[in-house]
Design a protein around this ligand. Structure first.
Ligand code: F6R
Length: 256
C-alpha cells in the first residue's frame, strides 16, 4: 500500500487528478472504475477542468441504489451525469452503471461482471471509504471474494447517506455493488479519504488486520493500492511519519 498524506483534501485531490490524467493520456482506451459520494467531487471537477480526451475511455461505476430510476436526483446515474459525464466527451455506449430498476438483479450483476471482463478489466479503480470501512457498498462482513451483487446497507451507512434523501428512512436499503473480488482485480486501486469521520476506518484498513469487518483492509493484499488522505483522515495512523518520509523521498522515476 502506498499512503500519501497531504495537508488538505485539495492538495491530495490534485495529485490524484494528475495520476488519472496521466493514465488517460498514456492509454486513451483506459478502463476506469468510478465512485460517487462527497469524496471524489473535487477530483471530478479537476478532471473536467483539465479538458482531457475521454472519447475512447470506458467507465464502470461501483454501485447504484436498487429501485432508483436513472433520473432520480439521488441516483448515482444523476450524480455521474452532473459531476462528470455531461462535461466530458465520454461516449454513452462506454459508460456503465448498474441499473437500479433491473427486474432480474442476479442476471444484471452477472452481465456487469462479463462487461468488465470484455472491456479488458479495470485499469484504475477510484474508491471512497465508508465510516465503517466499506468500499463500493460492501459493508462489514462482506465476503472478501464477493462479485457484483445486491447488498443491504447498514444503519450506519443509511445515516451517513441520509443527507441525499432527506432522512435515513427515505433512503433505499438495497444497492447493487461491485464485489470486493471484482474491485481487487483492478490493476490499480486509488482510494481517497478525507475528514476525521474516516480516521478510524483508515487506521483499521491500513494498520489493522485484513478482515471482512473492515472491507477496505483487503487492499493490503492488492499489489498496487494508493491511498490519498488529508491530515484528518490520517490522524490515527501510527506510522504517519514514515508514510510522509517515503512520499517526500521518492526517487524521481517514481514521482507522479
Ligand atoms: C460510492 C461508494 C461508497 C462511498 C463511501 C464514502 O460509489 O462506493 O463506498 O465511496 O460511502 O462516501 P462519501 O464519499 O460520501 O463519504
Amino acid at each position: 500500500m502506498e499512503i500519501i498524506i497531504q495537508p488538505t483534501l485539495e492538495a491530495a485531490t490534485a495529485i490524484a487528478a494528475r495520476l488519472v490524467a496521466a493514465l488517460l493520456r498514456e492509454k486513451p482506451r483506459a478502463v476506469l472504475g468510478l465512485a460517487t459520494g462527497s469524496t471524489p467531487l473535487l477530483l471530478y471537477r479537476e478532471l473536467v477542468q483539465m479538458k482531457l480526451n475521454w472519447r475512447r475511455a470506458t467507465t464502470f461505476n461501483l454501485d447504484e441504489y436498487v429501485s432508483l430510476a436513472p433520473d432520480h436526483p439521488a441516483s448515482y446515474h444523476s450524480f455521474m451525469r452532473e459531476n462528470l459525464f455531461r462535461h466530458v466527451n465520454l461516449r454513452a455506449k462506454n459508460i456503465h452503471i448498474p441499473d437500479g430498476r433491473a427486474r432480474d438483479i442476479p442476471a444484471l450483476c452477472e452481465r456487469y461482471e462479463k462487461e468488465i471482463h470484455k472491456a479488458g478489466g479495470i485499469d484504475l479503480q477510484l474508491l471512497g471509504i465508508g465510516s465503517d470501512g466499506h468500499i463500493g457498498f460492501n459493508e462489514p462482513s462482506s465476503s472478501l471474494a464477493s462479485r457484483t451483487r445486491m447488498k443491504t446497507l447498514t444503519e450506519r451507512t443509511l445515516r451517513d447517506n441520509a443527507r441525499f434523501f432527506g432522512g435515513a428512512a427515505r433512503s433505499p436499503h438495497h444497492v447493487i455493488t461491485m464485489g470486493i473480488g471484482t474491485i481487487m482485480e483492478a490493476r490499480h486501486c486509488l482510494l481517497l479519504a478525507f475528514g476525521s469521520k474516516k480516521a478510524r476506518a483508515i487506521a483499521g484498513a491500513v494498520e489493522g488486520p485484513v478482515t471482512a469487518m473492515n472491507p477496505a483492509s483487503v487492499l493490503q493484499l492488492h499489489p498496487r493500492a494508493t491511498l490519498f488522505l488529508d491530515e484528518a483522515a490520517a490522524a490515527r495512523l501510527k506510522m504517519k511519519r514514515y508514510y510522509r518520509w517515503v512520499f517526500e523521498n521518492k526517487p524521481a522515476w517514481q514521482k507522479f
